[in-house]
Ligand binder design. Sequence first.
Ligand code: HOZ
Length: 444
Amino acid sequence: MTVPSSTAQSEALFARAKAVTPGGVNSPVRAFKSVGGVPRFIAEAHGAYLTDVDGQRYVDYLGSWGPMILGHDHPAVRAAIADTLTRGTSFGAPSPLEVELAELVTQITGAGKVRFVNSGTEATMSALRLSRGFTGRDYILKFRGNYHGHADGLLVEAGSGLMTNAEGQLGAAAPSSAGVPEAYAHLTLVAEYNDPEALDALMAGRGHEIAAVIFEPVVGNSGVLIPTPEFLAALHRVKDHGAVLIADEVMTGFRLSLSGATGLLGLRPDLSTWGKIIGGGLPVGAYGGRAEIMDYVSPQGPVYQAGTLSGNPLAMAAGLATLQQLQADPEIYTRLENYTTALAQGLKAAAQAAGVPLTVNHIGSMLTAFFHPGPEIRNYTQAAPSNTKIFAAWFQALLAQGIYWAPSQFESVFISNAHSDAELNATLGAAHIAFKNVSGGVNQ
Ligand code: HOZ
């Protein structure tokens, strides 16, 4: 695939953006700080492709960081939004589509009740307040390198953009962000992911103080990390201590299976949080689970949470259309997995041929290629020493060949149903060249 080399329009927009927006972006990883170069400003997206403002076309592996499981501009989603648009855009009063989406989400996930919000951050923040209100306890427990959005108490040893600081160096301290009071961070306990003994020990000592244990059932924010069965069993044991178990399915929900990681891995969380796919590319988050806990939410119960645009009809329409498409064609998940497995195998073979150490973690339609010899990467501590410099060079080599990978070593890529053999072959051909390009730097 050939790509014209101009980035002039993106450069001009980035310069304008930097004058009026911190770092020129509305979410940090988009600025390409850890990979260098000019962030591409996107003009449009269709199917498996992004087109930037300079007219360059890329096979898209961001999928808007997860929501676009059907591919961009899916006809059914576009039609649902267009139809809803003819009746208004926001009412500030209940409307039919939010009932319909809530019925579908509870039916698919088995949640007793669900509340819609506008982002994954709002969902996790609200689920934690609810857990504190329900249990009367103050502490929460999260896992090192898991990322649950940017609420104060969750920016403690967090993953995603917090794994690479401005210089592209690893930076993990507790708290992970300026502006988070120590007093808030103090209420967040942190354990290592995939360490059941450490979790059991922590719960044995402090379980009676802990309102909630929140976790990514498959981690996407330290790169992809897959839980062991032993760790999942230990997670379920936290309920014996009266803590609310919260599965953060913002990335994995409706992606790893129709019923998310919960369905795929046989999880039994008390509460779950969703985002991304549930809004079909429009801003929606949600939290839900056991009805006796959810009934603590206002106006039924004493835990307050509200939102002007919550249940927005356009967003509900996009989410509903997306979930209906997924429900109607369960084979989608097999196709996504087959593509991802072939991608993983092809990347490993190309890296090996070029002499580049690589460990690929993948599950369903999520994948991270760690520039790390492995043999396995199961937690943040193991992922952190990955070679971010070689990753950056490899990312740029892919981009120059029309492949838009996630611009950070510590993120997942997301495959969509619009990705076909043509995109797979183009990607592996480009990756082969990219691995050769970077192989000289491996031992430096
Ligand atoms: N924090 C997101 C990835 N884990 C990136 C969000 C965005 O830039 O859109």
